[in-house]
Design a protein around this ligand. Sequence first.
Ligand code: HMG
Ligand code: MG
Length: 298
Amino acid sequence: SLPASVRIVEVGARDGLQNEKTIVPTATKIELIDRLSACGLQTIEATSFVSPKWVPQLADAAEVYTGIAKREGVGYPVLVPNEKGYDRAREVGVTEIAVFSAASEAFNRKNINASIDESIERFLPVLERAHADGVKVRGYVSTVLGCPYQGEVPVADVVRVAERLHALGCYEVSLGDTIGVGTPEKARSMLRAVAEAVPMQALAVHFHDTYGQALANIHACLEEGVAVVDSAVSGTGGCPYAKGATGNVATEDVVYMLEGMGIATGVDLEALAQTGLWLSAELGRSTSSRVAKAIASH
Ligand code: HMG
Ligand code: MG
C-alpha cells in the first residue's frame, strides 16, 4: 500500500553536479544547498569526498560543506569512497556519509577501480570508524536495473550487495538505476526481491530519467511500500562513469506527483521550482523538470 509520507533525498548538489564539465563556483554550490534546505527538504546530499582526479567538479568538498548554513533537523550526507575521504569529511565535521558500490562487476571497475567485493572490503574500515564515531552511513547500490558495460544485471546480484551493505550497518540502502533503463514492473520485482533480504523501511529508490521512465518506476515502488525517494532539483546529473546517463529524476516532478497523490513531502513546490530555474540559469541551460517548465510558463 502507498506510504502516507515520503522523505526525499535531494542529490542535486552531488549527483547533479558531479558530471558538469564546467566547474561550478563554490559559492553557487553553497547557495544551492541553502536554498534547498529553505524549501523544506530534510536530506540534502552536499558533495563527495572522492578523489579530485576522478571527479574534479567536487574538489571543493571541504569548502562547500563548511560554507553551508546547517539548518536544524536537516541532514547533509556526503559521499565517501575510502578512509582518505572519511578523514577529509570528518575534518570539517561531517556526521552523515554515504558509501557506494554497484550490482555490476564491470561498472564497479570503471567507477571506483575495484570489484564489488574489493569495493566493500575498502568500506569496512570506513564503516567501522563511522560506527565508532556515531556517524550515520547510507549505502548505494548502482546499476540495479542495467549496466552500461555488462547489460543485464541479475536481481540476485542486487540483493546480495544490498543485503551486505545493510548487514554492515548502513541504515538505508538506495537502489540506483544509474542509466535509467528500468521499466515499472522490472523495478517492482527488483524491489520486492531486495525487500525479502532488507526491510522496506531501510530501502530507498534512485531513478534516472534517461528513458523517461523514472516517475512510473517510482510509482510502482511506492505501491510496494518504499517511502524514501532520491531525486535532483532541475533533473541535473549523470554519472561520469556511465556514458549516456542523463539526469536524475527532477525533484520538482517527484514532489508534484506525490503531493497530487496525497502523499506528504514537506517540500514547498513553488520555492523548489524557483530554485531549480535559478540553478539551470546558473548552469546555462534549461531545466529538465517538466513541472518547473509548467510553473515558469504561468
Ligand atoms: P584509485 O585511483 O584507484 O585510487 O581511485 P588511489 O588510492 O590510487 O588514489 C588515486 C589518487 O587520488 C591518489 O593521489 C590519492 O591520494 C587520491 P596521488 O597519490 O595520485 O596524488 N585520493 C583521494 N584524494 C582525495 N579524497 C579521496 C581520495 N582517495 C584517493 N577520498 C577512488 C579510487 C575510489 C579514490 C576513485 O576511484 C574515486 O574517487 N572514485 C569516485 C568516483 C565517483 O565519485 N563516482 C560517482 C559516484 S557513484 C554514483 O554516482 C552512483 C550513485 O549516484 C547511484 C546511482 O546513480 O545509481 C551513487
Ligand atoms: Mg545517481
